[in-house]
Design a binder for this molecule. Structure first.
Ligand SMILES: [Zn+2]
Ligand SMILES: [Zn+2]
Length: 387
């Protein structure tokens, strides 16, 4: 589809705000610092900027995204209230509107109904969709009815603009004023208000643009989402976007223990403090199988274009490992389903039957893990043949 923006679809207030804050940060802030930099307390404004950036950015990734959009964990009201207030300071709409757009993005990734469809170009996915109304007009908020049940979410939906301006811009200006008078107020407004908000804006926009452009696809190539450790560095861990699109309800985006994902670590800290619970995790085996299927697809692609003869033994071992894995995966899925079903129907199941089903499930997971190891060995054997 060829995209053509129409002037009548321009959201004037959003466009003026986004361009205005961007230009003020780019030009006004350096001029201000050149003129008055020696008169302000850099420790105060540096600390306030970092604090506000983390509070605002994390409220988007941990709150708007993983908590409200994906329900990847449950949070007590102080966490919901904090992320709703500081999420508003990012000036990216109310949580309800944001989550509605984001749920449509996951449901229709790369299609016309995806609000930030990367297939319509990098600029559209980054910022065009924010400043122009969708071609068919605004979409009703019917996919966030579950969130409307939360009074805090309803309150924030009504007042997010006022909260965003008061806390995101007014508060740093007030703190600056109390510490240093008029110069401090201007510094607070420009540094922790505007520059911080512009940085959070583009950090979030990059997840929609660059995270669908740059990086690898270790879990699936069914959509444009990519994994990038580099992007994760300045998106609070959201750079592992290929994993996220494949397993959107997992509270982690950087699922491997070594992957940089401050949002997942913050959720775990909240769990330790008793403020978060029910953290949703995809089983390791399911993740390993997804990675294997993607590797297998890449290998098939490589083999189809390879005219060299491959050692028959390595090929046979690989085919056997593939079959062993498929069978073990099926058995595991089946025994998992039987056990969960029996747990739900406790009245009709004896303790012994339940124990037996649990044992079967535990045995099948061991077999699946072995099949995963065998597959990796056979895969390595075959890949060495191709080098
Ligand atoms: Zn995405
Ligand atoms: Zn998401």
């Amino acid at each position: 589809m060829k995209l053509k923006y129409r002037l009548q679809d321009l959201r004037w207030i959003s466009a003026i705000f986004i361009i205005g804050t961007f230009l003020t940060t780019l030009i006004g802030l350096p001029l201000f610092l050149y003129q008055f930099g020696s008169q302000i307390n850099w420790w105060l404004h540096g600390t306030m900027f970092v604090g506000m950036f983390i509070a605002s950015g994390l409220s988007i990734t941990l709150g708007y995204h993983r908590l409200f959009s994906h329900l990847s964990f449950k949070a007590k009201w102080p966490v919901r209230l904090f992320t709703l207030i500081f999420g508003a300071t990012a000036m990216e709409n109310s949580a309800l509107e944001w989550c509605s757009d984001h749920r449509r993005h996951h449901k229709h990734t790369d299609d016309d109904a995806d609000p930030y469809n990367i297939q319509l170009g990098f600029l559209h996915a980054h910022i065009g969709w924010v400043v122009f109304r969708p071609i068919g007009g605004d979409v009703p908020l019917t996919n966030v009815n579950d969130l409307k049940a939360d009074p805090l979410v309803r309150w924030q939906h009504k007042w997010w603009g006022v909260i965003g301006i008061a806390v995101g811009f007014g508060l740093p200006a007030l703190i600056g004023y109390l510490a240093e008078g008029g110069i401090g107020a201007a510094a607070g407004l420009l540094i922790s208000g505007m520059a911080r908000q512009v940085m959070v804006h583009h950090m979030t926009f990059f997840i929609n643009s660059l995270c669908h452009t740059l990086g690898s696809q270790p879990y699936s190539n069914s959509c444009s989402a990519k994994d990038s450790w580099f992007m994760s560095l300045f998106t609070f861990g959201e750079g592992y976007h290929n994993f996220h699109h494949e397993f959107q309800h997992d509270y982690r985006n950087g699922v491997k223990p070594w992957q940089f994902d401050p949002t997942k670590w913050s959720i775990r800290v909240l769990e330790k403090l008793g403020l978060a619970s029910n953290l949703r995790r995809v089983p390791n085996e399911t993740i390993a199988v997804a990675e294997i299927l993607e590797k297998q697809r890449q290998l098939d692609e490589r083999l189809s274009g390879n005219s060299e003869t491959i050692c028959k033994k390595a090929q046979r071992l690989f085919t056997e490992a593939q079959e062993e894995l498929a069978a073990a995966h099926e058995t595991w899925e089946k025994s998992k389903k039987e056990y969960t079903h029996a747990l739900r129907q406790q009245i009709d199941t004896t303790k012994e039957q339940l124990g037996e089903l649990k044992q079967q499930m535990e045995q099948s997971v061991l077999e699946l893990r072995q099949a995963i190891r065998d597959w990796h060995n056979a895969h390595q054997g075959l890949v060495l043949q191709l080098v």
